[in-house]
Design a protein around this ligand. Structure first.
Ligand code: SAH
Length: 468
């Protein structure tokens, strides 16, 4: 498989400094699955072209494999995770943004072109455009043709991809590094926690604002739900941090509120809405049930009217991340005293949940097996029995408006159900009646006339019994 990078225009040799590869030499690196060779095919005043050729050893690839198809496959020819591993090895320094000899070049945008000779693109040509264009590339795609004698083979899934941009070498390599395996949608190695780190660090500065970030994260992490959760939680909390920072900056410099009103993600809107309602209800002590990585907690801590906040989650890992994101260790004592994080399940009676003014259960119920909702209802409404309960859950009707969601699919691999507005309201009314609460409803996020809002919220108040 072959990757070609060129720089055109004056000082075209810059690229050789950035890549740390002398134009006169052939650079060969041995990898567990083959050899990577870097060489230059053009070194004129006007244009430098460097090629990365990865020769995969097909026998090495399938050591121990039993089946023929594992010997006869497209891996040696198609740009894939093998190529990105090779890129990491041969261009790692460039991707890290190090260039001792010419440090000023690292952040210099250069006229670059990239050609990936053969890439599979799950979802076709359109996906190539959707992934690279938002990053500022001019994208040209040619579909490789299959043998004309066999029309029944259909269209080839392989493309030649050419990109052009005025960009830094570091960014361009990084984009390829992340997006090639996303296009190919296969990885030859185990995808675990380390991949989340890799994705977030390589994606820094661009992934968060990429319109296809959902697709990128899910394919990069091979749709492993727990990993996707981690990645999204961190991308989103970076967003909250950015928003917080922008807000405090705006406050200091007196920028008009309107300037601040850039679009917030749905989750940020949801968290803000829940916090606002809790405050209006006069809650001073709040349970955050299924607190996950602590986004609501963070928002509540920022408001002194909330005197005591207790986050509960069944996932030890989520609580660890919450503790680290909330910087629990270094939190000032006065703040720290207001917060407790507990591991616990919402399906078992727990005396530690009693005695709070309010409970928030944000995007949690849909993670519970439906038959176990009965247990959850008793734990919360009968035993914990706070005065106010705010519950949010997706509105399934809205799913048709998500462009990347396949029909009939749920938004998240761990969702056990997603309710329509009627289903949610029906459930909430029954629960309210049974446990003597009143309930009202509110949409969360932008409301579509036909399908409602993406998420829905029920606010229960202890007391009057039955529906409000
Ligand atoms: N409320 C958070 C997290 C939502 S994700 C937010 O809005 O950001 C759902 C969370 O519910 C996960 O953190 C999951 O670990 C937790 N959860 C799922 N089942 C649970 C149970 N039985 N008891 C407690 N928490 C549970």
């Amino acid at each position: 498989m072959l990757l070609t990078l060129s720089q055109t225009g004056p000082q075209a040799e810059s690229i050789s400094f950035l890549l740390h590869k002398h134009p006169a030499n052939l650079h060969v690196v041995e990898l567990p699955f083959g050899n990577a060779t870097v060489f230059y095919t053009e070194t004129t005043d006007e244009k430098f072209t460097v090629q990365l050729l990865l020769a995969i050893d097909p026998v090495e690839l399938v050591r121990g494999a039993q089946q023929l198809e594992q010997y006869v496959n497209d891996r040696p020819y198609v740009a894939s995770s093998y190529l990105t591993v090779a890129m990491g090895r041969v261009f790692g320094t460039a991707m890290a943004g190090n260039c001792k000899k010419r440090p000023e070049l690292v952040d210099t945008k250069l006229p670059l072109t990239v050609v990936v000779e053969v890439i599979r693109s799950l979802g076709g040509e359109q996906v190539l455009h959707k992934l690279f264009e938002p990053l500022g590339y001019k994208v040209s795609v040619t579909r490789h043709s299959l043998d004309e004698k066999f029309p029944e083979w259909g269209e080839s899934p392989y493309f030649r991809l050419a990109l052009e941009a005025n960009a830094t070498v570091r960014d361009t390599l990084t984009h390829l590094y992340v997006l090639m395996p996303v296009l190919d949608d296969q990885k030859h190695y185990y995808v675990g926690d380390a991949e989340v780190e890799k994705l977030l660090s390589r994606g820094e500065g661009w992934l968060n604002t990429h319109p296809e970030r959902q697709l990128i994260v899910s394919r990069y992490l091979k749709r492993r739900v727990s990993l996707m959760d981690q990645a999204f939680a961190r991308l989103l909390s970076d967003e909250v941090e950015d928003t917080d920072a922008a807000e405090s900056q705006a406050e200091q410099s007196g920028i008009a509120e309107k300037e601040l009103e850039r679009p917030l993600t749905l989750h940020t809107q949801r968290i803000n809405l829940v916090a606002t309602r809790l405050k209006e209800l006069g809650a001073k002590t709040v349970l955050d049930l299924g607190c996950g990585e602590g986004r609501l907690i963070r928002r509540l801590l920022a408001d002194r009217t909330f005197e005591r906040i207790q986050g509960v989650d069944v996932s030890h890992r989520a609580l660890e991340v919450a503790a680290s994101r909330l910087k629990l260790e270094s939190m000032p004592a006065r703040q720290r005293e207001r917060l407790t994080l507990l591991q616990g399940s919402l399906l078992y009676r727990d005396h530690r949940l009693a005695g709070f003014d309010a409970a928030a259960v944000v995007e949690v119920i849909e993670h519970l097996d439906q038959p176990r909702l009965l247990a959850f209802e008793r734990v919360l409404f009968e035993f914990a029995r706070p005065t106010h309960i705010v519950i949010t859950t997706p509105n399934r009707e809205y799913n048709v408006l998500f462009p990347t969601l396949l029909p009939g699919k749920m938004r998240h691999g761990d969702h056990r159900f997603e309710w329509t507005r009627q289903e949610f309201e029906g459930w909430a009314f029954r629960v309210a009646e049974r446990f003597s609460y009143t309930v009202r409803f509110e949409p969360v996020g932008p409301v579509d006339a036909l399908h409602g809002a993406p998420s829905q919220m029920a606010i229960f108040v202890l007391g009057e019994g039955g529906a409000a």
